[in-house]
Design a protein around this ligand. Sequence first.
Ligand SMILES: Nc1nc2c(ncn2[C@@H]2O[C@H](COP(=O)(O)OP(=O)(O)OP(=O)(O)O)[C@@H](O)[C@H]2O)c(=O)[nH]1
Ligand SMILES: [Mg+2]
Length: 451
Amino acid sequence: MTLKVQPLFHGVLATSLKVVRYVFLLLILCFHVSSSTEDNVTITALKDLQDIYENLIKPLENAYAFGEIHKDVMLANEIPAKPLILMVGPWSTGKSTLINYLVGLEDTVERLHTGAEPTTSDFFVLKYGPKYRKFKGMELVSDEKQGFASLEKLGLNFLERLQGIEMQSPLLESVSFVDTPGIIENKKQQERGYPFNEVLQWFIQRASLILLVFDPTKLEVGSELEQVVNILKGHDGKLRLILNKADTVGEQELMKVYGALFWSLAPLMHSVEPPRIYMGSFWSKKRQDNSLIQLFEEEEKSVLLDLHQAIENQVENKISYIRRHAFLVRLHALIVDTFLSVFEERKSWFGDSDDIWFNIVHNPGMYGVVQRVLQKEGISKHDLKDVGMYVEFFQDNLRTFFRPLSHYCPIFDECLLEKVSSAISDELPRLLTKLKTEKSSQSCSKDSCDP
Ligand SMILES: Nc1nc2c(ncn2[C@@H]2O[C@H](COP(=O)(O)OP(=O)(O)OP(=O)(O)O)[C@@H](O)[C@H]2O)c(=O)[nH]1
Ligand SMILES: [Mg+2]
C-alpha cells in the first residue's frame, strides 16, 4: 500500500485502507482550517506577544546584558515565525527521506539527497514560498523577518553549511522543516568546522516538534549521540523518537530493538515520562507484505497528529516560552543587582575596589549573594544552581556597565523589574486566556454550537 501525503493534499488517494484515508482527509482538513484561521486570532495573538516582549521584557534584558549569559535568546522578530519541525539523529536513518515524503518532494528532481552513506552535510531549512528556490544561509539570516537572524552569531563557517529551500507545499504553509546532518560517532565537532552542538541547541530551543530518528539495524548510542541527547534534556515535551526503516527487520527483532532503544535512551533523558517512540517506515515504498503494515500506518497517523498539534498550539507554546524567558530575565537582573548592592556595602576608601569585586564574584555564597536573591519573591534555590557562571559573565561585562535596579524606575512609568513581573503574572496569562476564549468562540461559530 502506498501512502503519500502530498498527493493526498491534492486530492489523489493512493490507499485502500478506508480508515487511514478518512483520518488523513480529516487531518488535511484541519491543516486547511488552521492555515485559513491562522487569520486573525493567531496573527493578533502573535502581535500582542511581540508587543509584550518588546515593551515589558526587552528593556530589562538590554539593561543587564541578558544575551551575554543566555547566548541563544529569541529575538522579537522570531515570534511570528512558523512552527519549526526539527529532524535529528544518526546518519542514514531516513531523516531526509521522511521530509521528502511529508512535503511531497519524493519523486521530484528537487528532493533532498538521500543515500546509504552519510549524505546530508548541511543544515536545510525548508519553508513555504511561491515557487521552488534554493538559497544560501547568508540570505536566510540577513532577512530579519524570517526569524533566523540570530543564527549569524554561530559564525561564518556555519553559515556556509546552512541552506534554505522555498517551495509550494500545503504542509509548509503551516510549518517549516529543518533537516540536519546525521550524527557520526567518530566525527569530532572541530572536524565539522563549526559548533555543531551549539547550532543544534539553537534549533532545539525554537523547534515546536523534534523528531529524533533511529534505524533499527544500527542502534549504537555513542558519545556524540549522548551529547545531543544531553542538549535535548528539558525539551522532552516536544521530543518524539522514531524507529524508522522498521520494514528492514522482522517483527521479533523489531520488538527487541524497540526495547533496547527505550532502555538505552530513557536513563539519558532524565525525564519522568519516557519518550514516545513511533515505529514505521516513513516513505511511500512501504513493503506491502509486511505483517506490521497496519501498525506502521497507525504510527504514521500519530506523527501527523503531533504535527497538527504543533501547528494548533503554536501560540500557546510561544507564550509559555516567552514567560519562561521573562522569568530568566528577571532572575538575571536580580542576581546582577544583588552583586552590585553587596559590592556597595563592602567597598571602602581603604580597600582596592577591584579586589573586593573579584572576591564577591568568585565567592557569591560567602558574601550572601545567593541567600539574598533567594529572599526575593518567587525564586527557588533550584533556579540558582548556575550562579558560578557569573564569573565568566563579569569577566566579559565590566561592573561599571551596570546600574542598580532602582536606577530603572522612571518617575512617570513602572520600574523595568515591575514590567517584567507584570508580564509574567498578568499580561502573558491574560493573553493565553484571551486566545483560548477566541479559539473556542471561533470553533463554536464554525460548528454553530449553542451558548
Ligand atoms: N528500507 C527502508 N529504507 C529507507 C527508509 N527510509 C529511508 N530509507 C533509505 O535509507 C537510506 C538513508 O536515508 P536518508 O534519508 O538519506 O537518511 P538520513 O538520515 O537523511 O541520512 P544522513 O543525511 O546521512 O544523516 C536511503 O538509502 C533511503 O532510501 C525506510 O523506511 N525503509
Ligand atoms: Mg539526510
